[in-house]
Design a binder for this molecule. Sequence first.
Ligand code: 5GP
Length: 237
Amino acid sequence: MEKTELLYEGKAKKIWKTKDENLLISEFKDDLTAFNGGMKSSEAGKGALNNKISTELFKMLATKGVPTHFVEMLDDNNMLHKACEVILIEVIVRNIATGSLTKNLGIEDGTVLPFTLVEFDYKNDALGDPKLNDQHALILGLVKYQDELDKLRRMAREINDILKPYFFEKGLKLVDFKLEFGKDKDGNIILIDEISPDNCRFWDVESGESLDKDRFRKGKGGLKVAYENVLNRILNN
Ligand code: 5GP
């Protein structure tokens, strides 16, 4: 399948049209951004690592019955996937408090939450991805019905229930992550975008070391080695 026309360029991916209107290609970029584009860099090989990690995770989730947009990995940086109507809600799942939760609510960093927290952010760079409650989402028309918001939460919890033990077996704590969803041509809500260390936080069970984009956000270095480490753990079962 070949790229025909650039549909959209985001911070971490370019989305290309193909000859088939139902299929798109995501090209994973090496660019790194944080704090809504306030911090920018690039790491050669990062895009390919995220493509491979996302491919493995989408395949694994499909075997557990989670519907995703994934079709196939085309080459190092390119993934073929279904074309969807994107739901402009970032679904954030948190098992352990860190990042903006710690900053906004004063919960001590590293606190294991009494239950999994699911939050919605408005996917809107110009507004800095603000928090949404259900009424905000409905007033903005991001979805039509409350049922759809309930479904997003249910799917996010199901995905967490699969990913959390999967990573724990590989010696990684799944601290938190961001998911995106879309509607396929039949109107079904399916998982889209990517699942990678760009949008998940992973802490090594033994050392507590971050193996994700926090290395960049906190200016720690070693980002590529950390992402390779995550991929190797996934591939080595
Ligand atoms: P926080 O709200 O603490 O900054 O992020 C929570 C989790 O969601 C982290 O795993 C983070 O990587 C992910 N996340 C939240 N917002 C975004 C976003 O706009 N882009 C990406 N790539 N990840 C996000």
